[in-house]
Design a protein around this ligand. Structure first.
Ligand code: ZN
Length: 218
């Protein structure tokens, strides 16, 4: 499904643990794993039109073959086997964030810089219904945050550094500089800048910015 399709804007429902072994959920997981392996590093059920809290992710050596070793190192991107997480919950760990380009199968053909927590703890249930609990860092943490957003009706375009939005074939063009109205130029990499939040939490966001400014002065 592409941006504009209603399932991408709805809040997905939790899966009752006793339903996980059902044919319906197992078929959904198989289909999600198939699409994820064919087309990307992560997928959320709403992207297939199913409003359930299920995500899958996988990053392979082949999938990252078009990224330089230096860039993979900067992004803290390492291969990992497929993970299925039902009813995922994320807790950010530490104040560090990372700003890098990301894309989405549901916003085909584009990329933008998105700031994400560098490290998160993920809890939920696996595809077999057993509890999962692990810490993810770097690219895996980014994928988890991106996919969890899908379960809450959020697309990366809601969190992106808007002036970095571009077509994927122009990914390597320079980032825009400082702007009188839109502020400082975006710098890629890790920092203590706060992660961009929705407007409803603007007060909290402002507070985080003050905190980040103080940290920078130290
Ligand atoms: Zn996506």
């Amino acid at each position: 499904m592409q941006a504009g399709a209603p399932p991408l804007r709805d809040v997905a429902k939790e899966v009752a643990p006793e339903r996980i072994e059902s044919g319906e959920i197992q078929e959904l997981i198989s289909e999600m794993v198939r699409v994820c392996k064919a087309r990307g590093v992560g997928l959320a059920a709403p992207q297939l039109g199913t409003r359930l809290r299920v995500i899958v992710l996988e990053d392979t050596v082949e999938g990252m073959s078009d990224v330089s070793a230096e860039e993979l190192e900067r992004q803290k991107r390492k291969p990992f086997a497929v993970k299925v997480i039902i009813n995922p919950e994320l807790t950010p760990l530490g104040d560090s964030s990372a700003a890098f380009f990301e894309g989405c199968l549901s916003v085909a053909g584009y990329r933008a810089v998105v700031r994400r927590h560098l490290k998160v703890r993920c809890r939920g249930l696996g595809g077999d219904g057993a509890p999962v609990d692990f810490v993810a860092e770097g690219w895996q943490a980014r994928i988890l945050q991106h996919e969890l957003d899908h379960l809450n009706g959020v697309l990366y375009t809601d969190r992106m550094e808007t002036r970095t939005f571009r077509r994927v074939d122009l990914l390597d063009e320079p980032l825009p500089g400082d702007h009188a109205e839109f502020g400082r130029a975006v710098v890629l990499g890790e920092s203590n800048e706060p992660v961009v939040r929705g407007n409803a939490s603007a007060a909290e966001d402002a507070e985080a910015r003050v905190k980040a400014r103080k940290n920078r002065r130290r």
